[in-house]
Design a protein around this ligand. Structure first.
Ligand code: ATP
Ligand code: MG
Length: 624
């Protein structure tokens, strides 16, 4: 029992200090907390991590990790590394500066330059480097060199290292920054079956890691872009402030990022009195779907409804070499899913793609593409776009569509009969609450989520382009089948705060708390009995391997309590008034105060630390 206890306690990694060491004295920790929220902080994790002294804003989207943050991050990294190693992955460190020539070999230099995601630097010889947004090229080059035979496969390499991304809008503290820590892993295989096996193992490793970290995370189907596309899952932490939307049904277990979610859309109501041919109707100054329907209902089409409408959304897509006008058509009462649409357009552009950027047309661009004022675009004659895509929900029935003529609509428009040639039919509708689950037919729900990880089947995209090959069993040379896997180690810290906080501050899960406990002497100044009892408990806890702080600061107890609540230390011992009866106060963060005999204080705190760390390991063990 004792051995198990010794192993558990101390939790995430860092060796505890020796009892003589004063690094866990609050007076020596450079603890600086803020009473006020920083002006630019919109979400709890950003506010609390800055106020608690975890983060210092060093520039836009750039943070310095303070001593508390470093301890928590070390624990996150240790748990993630532990689970990756358990899944058989080998830790490496790759350079952050990556040669342009390497990225030319995969063909991604141009796309990353065009999307401007990659920051670049020049050395003194004017050689250009990209700062790692990810590391497929580097690791594929490495595997191509060190892995020569199928006998070495499968193999997975991982690192936890700094990544740079020139985000359009850094925000929300650690959630979206220009410089962050990512665990990125890459697996190499001789077959897709072998990849599938590692992919499954990674899914389990991720769920185990998140379980240990105290994060409630679910794996959902994710968009894998138009290329590759053999499969990808994101790991989402449910949170109202999440930037992603998850569509799910609890009974069937279906879950997907809305970017890729599929579902069955309820049929549009029948429209028996639709005209048999496309009829041009004068709709003066009414462009928005609801206004058009109101107008038509009042003017001879009493049963016209939004679901009979065809919504036309016009975009400009940018590829590496050109901009193209494109059109998306969905049912009048639905929205375009821009990710699905982008993938469809990329497929349609073929060699001319992929799409790197998408934006709405300006009014002038709409006029150029339709010959009409905005509001009257449609899939019939007069539309000049490179690619036009219609959702299947629009097929085979009469519709109300813009006529590409100012102040006019076509009523009774049928795609197969009246649309311009070359129309692509594909699912581009955004799935929404109440649509039917693709697995069970039951209604779908929606929730916001924070993406903390992503796993991805790459296939041979990089290995084929970069000629990274191995000798197969049959003696032929073949490109590696690959997978890649990422966890936002620094974003995980923010996500944990989003899930674990209250009005007073952070409530760290034990496994990633910067310190596990704090002892606060709360006697009158010069009360040596209080001071020596507090020091005794502190020393006892250190000897047990508990990461404990002694708050020796010259401050009022109330101020100290506020600080520790904000900082989020899970367990607190207060040595004060109750000492006269031989007791101290024991208070778990967010819980009730309990009186504990002085002599038992060490055992109670150490027991609580062990109990909570065991519970986090049990959550990991329960992952299937
Ligand atoms: P997002 O959709 O949030 O931009 P992504 O899909 O670009 O993320 P990946 O390339 O899958 O991200 O990277 C793996 C992980 O790295 C993500 O799951 C996320 O946790 C983290 N991450 C990505 N971008 C950032 C960022 N700018 N700041 C902090 N963490 C990030
Ligand atoms: Mg992702």
């Amino acid at each position: 029992m004792r051995a198990a206890r010794a192993r558990l306690i101390g939790g995430g990694g860092a060796d505890h200090a020796a009892p003589e060491d004063d690094t866990m004295l609050a007076s020596r920790m450079n603890l600086v907390t803020l009473r006020e929220d920083p002006a630019d902080a919109e979400i709890a994790s950003h506010r609390l991590l800055v106020r608690g002294g975890y983060l210092h804003k060093s520039g836009a989207g750039l943070y310095l990790y303070g001593p508390l943050m470093q301890r928590t991050l070390n624990k996150v990294r240790a748990i993630v590394a532990d689970e990756m190693a358990r899944a058989g992955a080998l830790e490496v460190t790759m350079p952050i500066m990556q040669e342009q020539a390497l990225w030319e070999r995969s063909g991604r230099w141009a796309t990353y330059q065009a999307s401007r995601t990659m920051l670049t630097v020049k050395d003194r010889n004017d050689q250009v480097f990209g700062l790692a947004p990810t590391a497929e090229e580097v690791v594929t080059d490495y595997a191509g060199t060190v892995v020569s035979s199928y006998k070495q496969l499968p193999v997975t390499f991982f690192q936890q290292h700094t990544k740079f991304r020139d985000e359009i809008r850094p925000r929300f503290g650690l959630m979206r920054v220009k410089e962050f820590i990512m665990m990125d892993a890459y697996s190499f295989h001789d077959s897709t079956e072998s990849l599938d096996e590692t992919y499954r193992a990674m899914r389990v490793a991720y769920l185990r890691a998140f379980g240990r970290l105290g994060l409630e995370a679910v794996a959902v189907e994710a968009d894998s872009g138009a290329i590759g596309g053999s499969g990808s899952h994101e790991f989402m932490v449910a949170a109202a402030v999440g930037e992603d939307t998850i569509v799910y049904n609890n009974q069937s277990g279906y879950g997907a990022n809305v970017e890729r979610a599929q579902g069955v859309i309820p049929a549009a109501p029948a429209w028996p009195d639709a005209p048999a041919t496309a009829t041009l109707v004068h709709t003066p100054a009414v462009g928005a779907i609801e206004d058009v329907m109101r107008f038509l209902v009042a003017n001879g089409h009493p049963s016209a409804a939004a679901a009979h409408g065809l919504k036309c959304v016009l975009f400009i897509v940018g590829t590496a070499s050109a901009n193209h006008p494109v059109a998306a058509f969905v049912r009048g009462d639905r929205e375009v899913n821009e990710v699905k649409f982008t993938n469809t357009v990329t497929r349609a552009l073929g060699e001319r793609g992929p799409v790197l950027a998408l934006r709405a047309m300006t009014p002038d661009e709409v006029r150029a593409a339709t010959g009409a004022e905005p509001g009257f675009a449609g899939p019939g004659a007069g539309l000049k776009v490179t690619v036009a895509v219609a959702d299947p929900t629009l097929e085979g029935r009469p519709l109300i569509a813009g006529a590409n003529r100012t102040d006019h609509h076509l009523v009774g428009f049928v795609l197969g009969r009246d649309a311009i040639p070359g129309l692509v039919i594909d699912d581009i509708t955004r799935i929404t609450v109440g649509d039917a689950c693709p697995r069970s037919g039951l209604p779908l729900s929606e929730q916001r989520g924070i993406e903390v990880g992503h796993i991805f089947k790459l296939g041979t995209k990089y290995s084929a382009a970069m000629k990274a090959e191995f000798m197969a069993k049959d003696g032929t040379r073949q490109p590696f089948v690959m997978g890649c896997y990422g966890i936002g180690s620094s974003r995980v810290v923010a996500a944990a705060v989003e899930q674990h906080h209250d009005a007073d501050g952070i409530r760290w899960p034990m496994a990633i708390a910067p310190y596990q406990a704090v002892v606060v002497p709360a006697g009158k100044p010069g009360d040596t009995a209080v001071e020596s009892a507090a020091k005794g408990i502190y020393d006892g806890l250190l000897a047990q391997g508990v990461e404990v702080i002694l708050d020796d600061r010259d401050a009022k107890p109330g101020v100290k309590f506020k600080d520790w609540d904000l900082v989020g230390i899970p367990l607190r011992i207060v040595v004060g008034k109750a000492l006269a009866e031989g007791n101290v106060e024991f208070k778990p963060r967010g819980g009730e105060v309990r009186l504990v005999p002085v002599a038992e204080a060490v055992a109670v705190v150490a027991g609580a630390v062990n109990e909570q760390l065991s519970a986090s390991l049990a959550r990991a063990a329960a992952v299937r």
